[in-house]
Design a protein around this ligand. Structure first.
Ligand code: SF4
Length: 463
């Protein structure tokens, strides 16, 4: 049976108040955009309206209350946030119909309220952000990393995908707007930017790579310029945030970002959704940038930046995939030595052209191929991680635990080869009690398994 065709919910936003409130609004919209919401410029088209209020002066409170009243009259589905949210009782007394009231800087709570009022449409073929399987995807991004969405839609027509029907053709955001958003995120605590879109390497194609002024420089809406500018950002304490590129198709110009990784401007990590290796299956899938020289390019990228981690996903059991095609994929993986791999069994999605292709692969064959690809990629991953034992690597801290009975505190972090939620972790023992999420520390790797690393913080810096 085909999966149902979802529609992206729309959010309206009324933002009042000071620059800090605006940063909150940006953060909220950044996250909602990444969750697949689209923004509505008017009340009419919105499924839910957010009012970010100001409560600094009485006149500002009045303005905020008037804005809430207007949003309720015009739309009805209203969530209140911002400084006046600290006076939730007064707001609820005057407007009992508001769906939720959250205080200033509680952007996680706002995002959750939006998820409840207008649930995001999630599915393995739609999400750009990895979601927990057990909670309808209402998974909140910690403040130390942020997804930065650079475009919407896609110009391709992969046979298994309905994104172009759902989200339309590629529509890139202005480069200056993207960079301003990134700058604000970093200024407000983001230590890792995760650049997402349906096709990051195509960024700007639809707007002729239109240049804009940013801090007196001309910057094009192009992946290379974007990468270089993001690589130049600094947190207020001088720390360079990690910048990770997701959903990059291996077009020729991708080669230009590898030296930026070697120079430490970009996180040495590329997420390239290859989906298959067999030329016949790739043709049937109508995949973009389907070219034979990918293995050569991977080799060259590793020569320039030996630490580059390449992540990819693959579909097994696509209609018409023969045992020879599948074996080709396994052999290709042996050569490609990808660091991180996700595999999916093909599933028809309502509206996708692949549903009508001949040669459906029986479920049991899909299962068997899935097991084989997982076995292969786990063995590759285990060997690659084992080779890191004894090295000192930079690790970003995601979570610091409570002391155990001996007073030891553990922490969970990620190396530069690990994107949040989808890749592995680095488990740390005996960390300093002052360690906080978002810190970037040097870690001596002591052990490894098929997915994760284990180590201890070290002052040494020979990463
Ligand atoms: S590149 Fe293909 S899979 Fe990705 S969004 Fe576009 S059509 Fe879908």
């Amino acid at each position: 049976m085909a999966l149902e065709l979802p529609v992206a919910p729309k959010v309206g936003m009324v933002s009042l108040g000071c620059p800090k409130a605006l940063v909150d609004s940006e953060r909220i919209l950044t996250r909602l955009r990444a969750d697949g919401y689209t923004m509505s410029p008017d009340y009419e088209g919105a499924d839910v309206v957010l009012v970010n209020t100001c409560g600094f002066l009485d006149s500002a409170k009045e303005e905020s209350l008037a804005a809430i009243g207007e949003a309720i009259a015009e739309n009805g589905q209203v969530i209140v946030t911002g400084c006046m949210g600290n006076e939730a009782e007064a707001i609820r007394a005057r407007f009992p119909e508001v769906l939720a009231v959250t205080g200033a800087h509680q952007y996680e709570a706002v995002v959750e309220a939006v998820h409840q009022a207008a649930p995001p449409e999630l599915g393995p073929y739609l999400d750009l952000i990895p979601q927990a399987a057990d909670d309808r995807g209402v998974k909140l991004t910690p403040r130390h990393y942020s997804y930065l969405k650079i475009s919407e839609g896609c110009n391709h027509s992969c046979a298994f995908c309905i994104i172009p029907q759902l989200r339309g053709k590629l529509a890139s955001r202005r480069i200056d707007a993207v960079l301003r958003e990134a700058e604000k995120l970093v200024a407000s605590g983001t230590r890792e930017l995760l650049v997402i879109s349906q096709d990051t390497s195509a960024y700007g194609v639809d707007i002729g790579h239109e240049p804009r002024q940013f801090h007196g420089r001309e910057v094009r809406a192009h992946m290379t310029d974007l990468a270089r500018e993001l690589g130049g950002l600094r947190a207020p304490d001088g720390v360079r945030p990690w910048v990770r590129l997701h959903y990059v198709y291996p077009y020729p110009h991708v080669d230009a970002v590898i030296p930026l990784m070697a120079d430490g401007l970009l996180t040495p990590y590329l997420d390239i959704p290859f989906q298959h290796a067999s030329p016949g299956v790739l043709r049937a899938m109508k995949r973009p940038a389907n070219e034979a020289k990918v293995l050569d390019r991977l080799r060259k990228w590793r020569e320039i930046c030996p630490d580059i981690a390449v992540r990819s996903s693959f579909v097994v059991g696509f209609p018409g995939e023969t045992e020879a095609d599948f074996q080709y994929l396994l052999d290709w993986l042996d050569e490609a030595q990808l660091d991180r791999v996700g595999a999916f069994r093909f599933e028809p999605v309502e509206g996708a052209t692949a549903n009508h292709l001949p040669g459906a692969v029986p479920e049991e064959v899909k299962e068997e191929r899935y097991a084989r690809i997982m076995e292969k990629t786990e063995a590759i991953s285990a060997a690659k991680l084992a080779a890191k034992v004894g090295r000192v690597l930079p690790v970003i801290i995601d979570d610091v635990g409570e002391p155990d009975e001996d007073g030891d505190i553990g922490a969970t972090g990620r190396s530069q080869a690990d994107a949040p939620e989808i890749d592995g972790a680095v488990y740390l023992r005996q960390v300093d009690p002052g360690l906080v999420s978002g810190s970037i520390v040097n870690v001596l790797i002591e052990d490894a398994d098929a997915h994760d690393l284990y180590g201890v913080v070290t002052p040494a810096n020979n990463a």
